[in-house]
Structure formats: C-alpha cells, structure tokens
Design a protein around this ligand. Structure first.
Ligand code: BGC
Length: 372
C-alpha cells in the first residue's frame, strides 16, 4: 500500500453534518433475530483510549432501539476471533471492530461476511481482505503531521537531538502516524534543525521525504513501542543509556500516543542531562491531560471519540434501516478500496486544553488539578 493509494479523500464537508442526526433515528425496528443487532469488538481494556470508546458507545447507545454488545479482545487475535464468533452466534447484522492486528483480523471478518454481516472497521483498518465494508477513522496522517509540526515549531536553533518512537507494526495506523510525521520532520532533519538520536534506520533514510511501506516498516520495526507503555519505557531507557552528551540537553521526542508519551516522558524527565524536552502524544487521555497541565507532556492530539462513535453507530443504523451509509472517501486496505468516513483532529497543549476539553464538555474540570 503506497502513500497515494492509502487515502483518496473526497472532501464533502456537508456529509459529516447531515450524518450526526442519523444516530438516534433508529425508528421502531429492533432485534430482528431476538439476539444482538450490532456487535462491537474493541482491542483491549488495558489502554484508557479503548475504555473511553466503550464509555462513549454506551452513552450513545442509551437511546437506541437496537441492541448491542461490546467485547474486548485483550490484545489477542485469537480472543478477537472468539468474540466475533460469539457475536455471530447471537445473530448480529452489523459488526463494528477495531482489530488488534490489522491483517490477522481478516479471518474473523471473513467469517462475519459469510454470515451476511456488514463489517465496519473502527479506527484501525483491517487489511488484506475484501471482507470489510466500511471504515470510520480519524485523519491519521494529520495526527502524525500535527505531532511533528509541534516539535518543529518548538525547536530552538539547530542540531536538536530527535528521539523517534512509533506504534505497533501490526496496526496500519502506526504507518499512517509515522508517515504523516516523517513528511514534516524529514526536511527539518535534512536542514540540520534536528539530528536523529535513536534510529539508524531513520538516519539511513533521512534524505527521503517519501517513504515506501517497506521503508516505513524498517524504521517502525526499530523504534516500535508496540503500543505498550513498558516497552516504550524500556526503549527510552536503553536510548538514553547509549546517548552521547550531544544527544542530551534540550531534546525533541516523537511519541506516538499518550500511554507511550507518559512512559517516555518519565524516563527523559528523570535524566539530569536532559535539560528540557518536548514530547508529543495523542488520544487526550485523562492522565495525559494532567501531564500537560503539569508540564510533563507537551501536547496531545485530541481525537473526539464521540464523533467516531456517532459515525460508526450512524452507519450501523443506516445499514439496519436498509439505507446506504454516507461516506466521504476511501482507503485501500491492500485488497479493496474500503469506503470511509473520516474525522479531523485537534492539537491540544497547555494553551487550549481548557477550551478544547473542558468547555466542550469532553471532560469535567473537577477531574484535574491545577487547571488555570
Ligand atoms: C489508535 C490510537 C491508539 C493506539 C494504541 C491506534 O490505532 O488510533 O488512538 O492510541 O492505536 O491503542
């Protein structure tokens, strides 16, 4: 899958507006099979990101006439397949699924397709199978680009040591995040603003702005956190142990999400030779919002899960009602062009954290200390 085929974006602004109303328009129809109408499978309860999604699904479903069930795969493709089979046995018509591993989930959704179930890939794309009907997602290239731009905007002078970290190579998003970031960072590596401190693979490719999937894979393979905070912490410790004096001082850190950002920030924050660091994140997890308020994490990319849930449930309801869901573009998953609905993201740091997350009622001020 190359960059050009990943996302063909047909910018239909109006579509996203029309659709919000669809979520509650469930009509009188319900539970035709007597079981569950919509099955939802999320990757793990161990990361606050997905517990957030569960809660937002529950909030959105409170008024729905359709019955739903949410299951977690706990970071296991085998468990994920069991979950899908269990939901198929309950007669679901629509499956909303975030794969633990984008390629390995093929077997689960192919089983669903065989039962005539409509499959919606949620946040992460299921790859290399034609058994995916729709994809609801945030703009993942923009997530990476925003993280990188934040580091660029805050880089002081030249020769700033740059530490790179990525998500799990089994998650298509990890490629999109890193690709989006690389396109912004690479010119600033080429012009000497940044000096890569922890990846020989990235260094070897540092004169190329446009990386192939394989090239991205080489870098990601070296700097992956596997979306695991412990792995991120261990890697950061190893990197700082190996770092020379010039690779310390005021540094920039591309961390792929909030869980890994906090772990990496803890490591860098406790090294006395690190005089300051900027570190990125994403998901607006509560713990990271507190880190941002306290100056321990620099930014997060806020992905309003309420919108993604509305998009997914709106699609499911359209399908159950016999209507064609609204889409705004498509993603190539390696086998087919999957019709997609994409949502924008918002950069949050100390400056706008209150406006974006408290005033918008995403979180309550009382959940944090030291706000303002
Ligand atoms: C999601 C991120 C999340 C990460 C780890 C990605 O696919 O888009 O929001 O932080 O997985 O779970």
């Amino acid at each position: 899958m190359n960059k050009k085929s990943v996302w063909k974006w047909a910018s239909l602004l109006a579509a996203s507006m029309i659709f919000v109303a669809g979520c509650n328009s469930t009509g009188g129809e319900s539970g035709g099979s007597g079981g569950v109408d919509v099955g939802i499978v999320l990757p793990t309860k161990d990361e606050p990101r997905w517990v957030q999604d569960e809660q937002r699904f529950k909030d959105a479903l409170a008024d729905s006439d359709y019955s739903t069930e949410i299951l977690f795969s706990q970071g296991s493709s085998a468990k994920e397949k069991e979950n899908v089979d269990a939901l198929l046995n309950k007669g679901i018509d629509v499956l909303i699924i975030t794969p633990h591993d984008g390629a390995a989930a093929g077997a689960a959704v192919e089983a669903a397709k065989q039962e005539g179930v409509t499959v919606i890939s949620y946040d992460r794309l299921i790859t290399d199978t034609d058994a995916v009907d729709y994809y609801v997602t945030f703009d993942s290239l923009a997530v990476g680009a925003a993280q990188a731009q934040y580091l660029v905007d805050n880089a002081d002078g030249s020769g700033v040591p740059l530490y790179l970290y990525a998500g799990a190579a089994s998650d298509n998003n990890a490629f999109l995040f890193f690709q989006g970031a690389w396109e912004v960072l690479q010119p600033k590596i080429a012009d000497g603003t940044f000096v890569i401190a922890n990846s020989s693979e990235a260094e070897a490719l540092s004169d190329k702005a446009d990386l192939s999937r394989d090239e991205l894979g080489k870098i990601i393979g070296q700097i992956t956190t596997n979306w695991d905070a412990n792995e991120a912490k261990n890697k950061a410790q190893t990197h700082l142990t190996a770092a020379s004096d010039e690779q310390k001082g005021d540094v920039a850190i591309l961390a792929p999400n909030d869980g890994t950002a906090r772990a990496i920030a803890d490591v860098f924050g406790s090294d006395s030779a690190i005089t300051s660091y900027f570190v990125t994140g994403q998901d607006a997890e509560k713990a990271s919002i507190q880190y941002i308020i306290d100056g321990q994490q620099s930014m997060t990319v806020f992905k309003d899960v309420r919108t993604l849930v509305q998009d997914a449930m709106g699609m499911a309801v359209d399908i159950l009602d016999g209507n064609d869901p609204e889409t705004t573009g498509s993603y190539d998953n390696g086998a087919v062009e999957v019709k997609a609905k994409q949502t924008d993201v918002i950069v949050v740091d100390q400056e706008n954290v209150k406006a974006e997350l408290i005033d918008s009622e995403y979180y309550e001020a009382s959940e944090f200390t030291g706000l303002e």
